[in-house]
Design a protein around this ligand. Structure first.
Ligand code: ASP
Length: 428
């Protein structure tokens, strides 16, 4: 039996683990246990172990990936690659926000029977705890994003998981390594290539445990969140899900089909482990090792393109987050009966776009960005309490969209750069 399961392709194993987790989460409660050991503590243990293993990979894998990618770059290609990547990221985030804006205006989840929904919605009490959790996670305005890009100390940037600083340093390092001609150059290149190969092997090993990790993380969330509180927020929940679904199942596949000229179905298949890991961890950063692995090994994108686009994308390109920020802020504004003029809506779109760049790839990070929007349109910051009940599950969904969008960028840019081994049947 166990042999048969381990012979299943990895994405089916993870998918089965996810379904099982939903069932276990629904039929058990945080008190369920045996001999004084609660199921919750067992799930927490395995979930944290998996998360730690993923986080352990991030710094060496990302640094080695960027540096080896950069050292292969021909002179003058960096500018071209950078322009394409930024264009992709900005346009896909903007489209995501506009999809969210359209749906929230059509469905009006914050208005019930023609009246603002504030009276029937309840605030959850643990706002402070959540805010404390996400504060100091590196969220900031656009000037701060640039400041973080150049870290005063690259070692502490690595220790604190400040990805932007690490990316910038690695890009510089890789660029100048590509210019190094003599024997120092070849020794260095061999070193980084070797490090990358080792990190890929360790990532493959960690991925084998993804079904257990995903099971533990998802069962824990479902067990703890319950379903009663969802009632009044059902329409908000549905609006976010529908908007995310339009983005991931319509817009991004269209880009894959017509710009990248590859099969969206093959790409979904290749990216399944990354999408499901993003779903269960709610963290683009923690998922990055798996995203890199799927895009390179399963979709066949070169390290040159994926090493550049993916670490950057996990930090600055968050379509799901941008969309969510916009829908959540509009929902709260509707629930408070705020008149939403075109100017206010434009302001919300702009702040959502800019803050989604600065949001860290960790669970619940959007909440800080949403409070920035609330402040800008004159709503009390505590209003964020309206959506906390459903935030975790929506976080899982928006993080999957964030990660999938990064992978679409990698594939599209690889194809535009003339790579034709991408997403051939043999890779999927
Ligand atoms: N959890 C999201 C991510 O890691 C960020 C957010 O929207 O809260 O991509």
């Amino acid at each position: 039996m166990i042999k048969a399961v381990t012979r299943l392709p990895l994405h089916w194993q993870i998918f089965a683990a996810l379904l099982l987790a939903v069932i276990v989460g629904l039929v058990t409660s945080p008190e369920t246990g045996f001999l004084g050991i609660t199921l919750l503590s067992v799930l927490s243990f395995f979930g944290t172990l998996f998360l730690n293993a993923l986080k352990m990979l991030i710094v060496p894998l990302v640094v080695a990936s960027i540096i080896t990618g950069m050292m292969e770059l021909k002179p003058n290609t960096l500018g071209r690659l950078g322009t394409k990547t930024l264009l992709f990221y900005m346009s896909s985030s903007l489209v995501a926000i506009l999809i969210g804006l359209l749906l929230v205006n059509v469905l009006q989840p914050g208005i019930v029977d023609g009246r603002p929904a504030l009276e029937i919605l309840t605030m959850t009490a643990d706002i402070e705890a959540v805010m404390e959790n996400v504060e100091g996670t590196g969220m900031g305005d656009i000037a701060e994003v640039f400041l973080r890009m150049v870290p005063a100390n690259v070692v502490s940037a690595a220790a604190e998981g400040q990805m932007l600083g690490l990316i910038f340093f690695s890009l510089l390092f890789g660029y100048f390594l590509s210019q190094l001609k003599d024997s120092h150059g070849s020794v260095q290149k061999d070193f980084w290539q070797g490090l990358l190969s080792i990190m890929i092997q360790i990532t493959n090993l960690v991925m084998k445990f993804a079904p257990i990790g995903v099971f533990a993380l998802v069962a824990k969330v479902i067990m703890q969140s319950g379903t009663e509180a969802f009632g009044p927020l059902a329409l908000f929940f549905a609006t976010v899900i529908m908007a995310l679904a339009l983005h991931i199942f319509v817009y991004l596949p269209l880009v894959l089909k017509f710009v990248a000229k590859v099969s969206p179905v093959l790409h979904f298949k290749a990216m399944m482990p990354a999408i499901l890991t993003a779903f269960s961890t709610s963290s683009s950063s923690a998922t990055l090792p798996i995203t890199l692995d799927c895009v390179e090994q399963r979709a066949g994108v070169s390290n040159r393109v994926s090493g550049f686009t993916l670490p950057l994308g996990a930090t600055v390109n968050m379509d799901g987050t941008a969309l969510y920020e916009c829908v959540a802020a509009m929902f709260i504004a509707q629930a408070y009966g705020l008149q939403l003029s075109l100017e206010i809506q434009f302001l919300i779109v702009l702040i959502a776009l800019l803050t989604s760049i600065g949001v860290a790839g960790i669970p619940s990070a959007s909440l800080v960005a949403i409070t920035i929007i609330l402040g800008a349109v004159g709503l009390p910051l505590e209003a964020i309490g309206l959506i906390l009940v459903v935030d975790r599950v929506l976080d899982m969904c928006r993080t999957s969209v964030n990660v999938f969008s990064d992978s679409c960028a990698a594939v599209t840019i690889a194809r535009l750069e003339g790579e034709d081994g991408v997403l051939q049947e043999k890779n999927g």
